[in-house]
Design a protein around this ligand. Structure first.
Ligand code: ASP
Length: 296
């Protein structure tokens, strides 16, 4: 695996290998030293968990870590992004962790030839993909439920604008999980084959092992949304949360919009911080894999 652009390009074996490696990192069985590798983080959109867990992972695998500052870079002087990356490869960068608002840019960039070989790792592209989030979500689910193929997940909220939903669905489908999406029409997005769509919360929650809430992506929505209506019909509360359901959220949470605040005190919600923790091991495994593909 030279790049990680999306989930669609991974086989189930590759996904399981990344998870197995992440588990070895988590248990401390696997140690690596990528002291000859240079990894640069380029974030064109805001981030807390993804950026810092990549940085933590980079420290833990002992590579040399760089942070690209968009605001003080020559991109602000009008430099084309391909030229910037070509120069980064000439300077000696071996891998780029990139978050960008454009759905396809990272895929296009990964197909080009550079001064020296360089790997791309997608840390979130527009509304299209967030592969490391899907891998850490799967890792979190798999650690709890050994046979995921017998389990049902309900993804709730702004599916249309969520790259997390797209990548999670692509991954969980590969492992034959039953996937339900619960959303009002205006958030359901393009219907994905093999996914069951619900507009009624009670119906969707009547039979589910996992509930994954999504943030309403206000920064990507132009049309008017009736938040009161959304909260009334789709907010997850202590009352409507099924007793044994595993509650997930990729973060950041809009408290009292997709989740009522008191839900965060329940045992069900402990998973949310475990997702953040597991992100470090998954990102260690992904970076280790792409760097090894370059012999580093
Ligand atoms: N942090 C996730 C992402 O970057 C989820 C979100 O922002 O809602 O897509």
């Amino acid at each position: 695996m030279k790049h990680l652009i999306d989930i669609e390009s991974l086989t189930t074996d590759e996904i399981n290998q990344i998870c197995a490696k992440a588990l070895d990192f988590e248990k401390g069985i696997r140690k690596t030293n990528h002291q000859n590798a240079n990894v640069i983080n380029m974030f064109f959109e805001n981030s807390t968990r993804t950026r810092l867990s990549f940085e933590m992972a980079e420290n833990k695998i002992n590579c040399n870590k760089f942070n690209f500052s968009i605001d003080t870079s020559s991109i602000n002087k009008g430099e084309d992004i391909f030229d910037t990356i070509n120069n980064l490869s000439a300077i000696g960068m071996n891998a780029i962790v990139m978050r960008h608002w454009d759905n396809d840019l990272i895929k296009e960039l990964s197909k080009k030839r550079y001064f020296q070989e360089i790997s791309f790792v997608n840390a979130g592209s527009g509304t299209s993909a967030h592969p490391t989030q899907a891998l850490l979500d799967y890792y979190t689910i798999k650690k709890h439920f050994l046979d995921v193929s017998k389990k049902t997940i309900t993804i709730v909220g702004d599916i249309a604008h969520s790259r997390v939903a797209k990548s999670d669905i692509a991954l969980l489908k590969k492992f034959n999980m039953r996937i339900k999406c619960l959303a009002p029409e205006y958030f359901a997005g393009e219907k994905i084959e093999g996914v069951e769509y619900y507009t009624d919360l009670k119906e969707a929650f009547s039979d589910t092992d996992i509930i994954m809430a999504l943030r309403i992506q206000k920064e990507r929505i132009q049309e008017h949304i009736d938040f009161d209506d959304y909260i009334k019909n789709y907010q997850i509360t202590k009352e409507n949360l099924p007793y044994a359901a595993f509650l997930m959220h990729p973060g950041p949470i809009n408290k009292n919009i997709e989740l009522r605040e008191d839900v965060l005190e329940t045992q069900n919600a402990r998973t949310i911080l475990n997702q953040a923790k597991n992100g470090v091991y998954i990102r260690m495994a992904v970076l280790d894999t792409v760097l090894i593909s370059q012999g580093l």
